[in-house]
Ligand binder design. Structure first.
Ligand code: ARG
Ligand code: ZN
Ligand code: CA
Length: 267
């Protein structure tokens, strides 16, 4: 594919306090971050270690706030909903935790229903507890819960976004899942058998977090030397300032999604 795909986005802001009612500039900064990173226009791409830079790819996907609502009327592409929930609680030890969040965030008295997923990428932003920055639904799930949820302190830049998650890259990561990308370490905790089913990302033992900085290159696990883990990938867990690229292989996977289960959005 050589043409750009433009995906209409609706941002559903759920707020209890007025500060959580994130302002237009914070929302705009999030859309701009998606466009910067999915088009490989991020200025910090110059910091990608050279052996990985050759795999860095432009996904040829752009995002824009919707201009028509589901009825065809003009819209800002933003919904704002007051919620009586001060925090949407997340328990990292509960295997049903995101299902429980979905039940509160996307339905009923506390939440806001999705717009049709055939025509929009739904992004909810709200206050999530338990240290969760965001989560996503992969292609093929239920329509009513399709989209990504981003903690309002890890959403875009400025406003109530907080370092080290204030460069909009939580949404870049979650939209990667929404386009069917897996975690780069293959989701096996520390093992070397898990895979992200992408051929140009090195096999890597575990996620890398805030403790792994650019100066730690190369970070070798699973005999993946000399270059080691591609921890600068958006599908790892490093800080926003260390996430810098998707690979060509990841872009192929996203393209398969945009030609398959999410083809209706690729207009
Ligand atoms: N679902 C992941 C989490 O909540 C998202 C990680 C995003 N990382 C980042 N640096 N923004 O931990
Ligand atoms: Zn993830
Ligand atoms: Ca791999």
């Amino acid at each position: 594919r050589t043409s750009v795909i433009r995906i209409p986005v609706v941002v559903h802001v759920l707020h209890h306090t007025e500060a959580e009612n994130v302002d237009q500039s914070q929302i705009d900064s999030q859309i701009a971050a998606l466009n910067r990173d999915y088009r490989l226009l991020n200025p910090d791409r110059s910091q990608i270690p050279a052996p990985f830079g050759v795999f860095a790819a432009d996904a040829l996907v752009e995002f824009a706030l919707a201009v028509r609502d589901p009825r065809g009327d003009p819209t800002s592409g933003i919904t704002r909903t007051w919620t009586s929930k001060e925090t949407f609680p997340f328990d990292p030890f509960d295997p049903l935790a995101t299902e429980k969040l979905d039940a509160m965030i996307k339905f009923g008295q506390f939440g806001k229903a999705a717009w049709p997923r055939d025509s929009y990428l739904n992004i909810w932003t709200c206050t999530i507890g338990g240290g969760l920055l965001g989560y996503a639904q992969f292609p093929g799930g239920p329509a009513a819960t399709d989209g990504v949820v981003i903690n309002n302190t890890a959403f875009g830049s400025g406003g109530i976004a907080q370092a080290p998650y204030d460069l909009g890259r939580t949404a870049v990561h979650e939209v990667g899942h929404w386009l069917n990308l897996l975690h780069i370490w293959g989701d096996d905790r520390g093992g070397c058998s898990g895979s992200d089913n992408v051929d140009d990302t090195p096999n890597q033992a575990d996620s890398n977090g805030s403790e792994v900085r650019l100066s730690d290159f190369p970070h070798v696990t699973c005999d993946n030397g000399p270059n080691g883990d591609m921890f600068v990938n958006y599908m790892d867990y490093v800080d926003d300032d260390t996430m810098l690229m998707f690979t060509k292989g990841q872009v192929r996977r996203m393209n398969a999604t945009l030609a398959g289960p999410r083809a209706s959005l690729a207009t």
